[in-house]
Design a binder for this molecule. Structure first.
Ligand code: SF4
Length: 186
């Protein structure tokens, strides 16, 4: 797996201050994608053990709230395989003290057990590491700059542990601080 970028003090892609890893490769090709240069699976640099340890070290800092995985498309099969062991290691080392968010152009229904984009064990293990999944493709017609942590209104911020425990087919939304419930300028 290659990665296109790492941001070490990111406040745009999840709550608080985060380390954000942008993996390379995406076949979805949403019109007006924000990160077209990361579509190529060979873009950027190899995700080596040294890079993984550098991210781990960045998380081991009191002011860092967690890790966010972006792309490219983290749920492309190659990237699921490349990420799952790393995310499990993050969870093992930090427990629930650091949150893990992941942005995917696929929907929860596609990724969940039994879904068309669920690859079986690797996807299930990966979903088990997540706190929040921001799901669905960017849709220009639904673009809304008042939304926090997502570009278009079809995308959902999903509480992954709660959704995995909910009755099949039920999706539990992640609840933002009420002060951020709207950015409407009125
Ligand atoms: S899934 Fe993400 S990276 Fe891929 S084309 Fe859509 S917006 Fe771009």
């Amino acid at each position: 797996m290659n990665y296109a970028n790492i941001k070490y003090c990111d406040i745009a892609n999840g709550v608080g201050v985060r380390t954000t890893l942008f993996v390379s490769g995406c076949r979805l090709h949403c019109p007006n994608c924000f990160n077209e240069e990361a579509w190529d699976f060979d873009a950027g640099e190899p995700f080596t053990d040294e890079v993984a340890e550098k991210i781990m070290s960045s998380l081991d800092t009191p002011y860092i709230d967690g890790l966010t995985i972006l792309g490219g498309e983290p749920m492309e099969p190659e990237n699921q395989v490349g990420l799952v062991g790393f995310l499990e290691a993050v969870r093992e080392r930090f427990g629930d003290t650091k949150s893990i968010w992941l942005f995917s152009g696929h929907t929860w229904e596609q990724l969940a057990p039994g879904g068309a984009w669920n690859l079986g064990e690797v996807t299930d293990r990966l979903l088990d590491t997540l706190d929040v999944l921001v799901d669905g493709p960017f849709v220009q017609d639904k673009h809304d700059i008042t939304l926090r942590f997502r570009g278009s209104s079809n995308q959902r911020l999903i509480d992954v542990p709660a959704t995995l425990e909910a009755p099949r087919g039920e999706v539990v939304w992640w609840h933002d601080d009420p002060v951020f419930s709207t950015h409407a300028m009125e």
